[in-house]
Design a protein around this ligand. Structure first.
Ligand SMILES: CC(C)(COP(=O)(O)OP(=O)(O)OC[C@H]1O[C@@H](n2cnc3c(N)ncnc32)[C@H](O)[C@@H]1OP(=O)(O)O)[C@@H](O)C(=O)NCCC(=O)NCCS
Length: 178
């Protein structure tokens, strides 16, 4: 029997890099593929990249990056998750679940007790379904020219270790958002 079936099953690979062209391969070259341009924010690139290929084309991505953060009085780090993207023709088939789950598996080896992401309000139910929780506190993030702004998108977190509890208090990223 040929092995076509297992070859066709989507699986996540670690990507050595993730360029603008890679993102365009997934989401096209529109002006605002993540629908967040109106927030007017400057974002950091991610450092670790996970992807799914289908018929030699990149069709899904999730990125990770360590972020220094203050939560209440505690200064710590979180794993930022960003650039989550699935090609329009492949959405609704569980690829975001697959690639985010693989990225979080790696995030568990990075040290912090939580991962954090920013998303548009309509995506909160999707991420809730994947085990993330929205924060109710304001989240301050850095922007160019020493500006500190309140993140206008929703912030969601998920534990990376059994028993990890998100501390109470306001949240401040010591970096641009990712
Ligand atoms: C957001 C995006 C990544 C989702 O990708 P996707 O492959 O369609 O998502 P999935 O099919 O993996 O869905 C994940 C899970 O959420 C569920 N889900 C989807 N929409 C939901 C909703 N509104 N409420 C609750 N659950 C929802 C799915 O049923 C699935 O659950 P299951 O695995 O138990 O069946 C994709 O639409 C995209 O790339 N959008 C453009 C870029 C973008 O906005 N990225 C987000 C950056 S934060």
């Amino acid at each position: 029997m040929s092995d076509n079936r297992s070859a066709a099953a989507p699986h996540v690979v670690r990507l050595p890099q993730y360029t603008k062209a890679d993102q365009e391969e997934i989401l096209g070259d529109g002006d605002d593929p993540f629908g967040v341009a109106s927030a007017g924010l400057t974002w950091l690139p991610k450092e670790e990249h996970f992807g799914i290929r289908h018929e030699d084309r990149l069709v899904a991505h999730a990125g990770l990056r360590l972020l220094p953060v203050a939560i209440g009085a505690a200064e710590t780090e979180v794993v930022g998750v960003g650039g989550v993207a699935v090609a329009p023709g492949m959405q609704g088939q569980g690829l975001a679940r697959l690639v985010v789950t693989a990225a979080l598996e790696h995030a568990r080896t990075m040290g912090p007790g939580h991962a954090l992401l920013f998303c548009r309000p309509p995506l909160v139910p999707l991420y809730r379904h994947l085990g993330w929780h929205p924060l109710d506190t304001d989240v301050l993030v850095e922007q160019p020219e020493d500006r500190l702004v309140t993140m206008p998108l929703r912030t969601m977190v998920t534990p990376l270790r059994d028993g990890a509890r998100w501390p109470s208090g306001p949240v401040r990223l010591f970096s641009l958002p990712m």
